[in-house]
Design a protein around this ligand. Sequence first.
Ligand code: URA
Length: 193
Amino acid sequence: MPKQSQLDELNKKMSACSACVLRGTCHQVVPGEGSAEAEIMFIGEGPGKKEDELGRPFVGSAGKFLDEMLGVINLKRENVYIANVVKCRPPQNRDPLPQEAATCWPWLLEQIKIIQPKLIVTLGRHSMERFLPGKIISQMHGTLVIKTIPEIGKQNFYTLYHPAAALYNGSMRETLIKDFQKIPKVLEKINLS
Ligand code: URA
């Protein structure tokens, strides 16, 4: 089955999920969006207010910033895939609880298994923590890590600060932009290996 049809089916199942309490307080499930054939998959933390309203990931101020940075490396959101660790908005934008992230984990794994991205870019420490537990984001950002995840196999990871955290923090913003600009070189390195 084409990847897009597989994602469509998965999205339908995700939209009917009520496996954790978050579904009780959000408006709708935000599965993710972008190209099923994407080489790069960006993974954020969870939907915010705007995302919850529109059913799309990264459409608020952090999303605008993400779009800008994608533009700098000549990409559009349609060229990549954008998803989150949890698919339902945590109330008051609180951090997802470990239990909620764990409950939502199989959905994310299914997305990755279908898309098979060359590179997973984690946005923020909660996303990094799912794949690289125990690592410290101030040490990990901007570096390529190759790791085998039992359910998905060998995978390339690149850690970034979260656009929402960096938006109003001058030095973190600068670091994020610099790290982001390295993505094409990181992909090149992966393609050559
Ligand atoms: N922050 C996230 O982590 N994900 C979104 O979709 C929006 C903001």
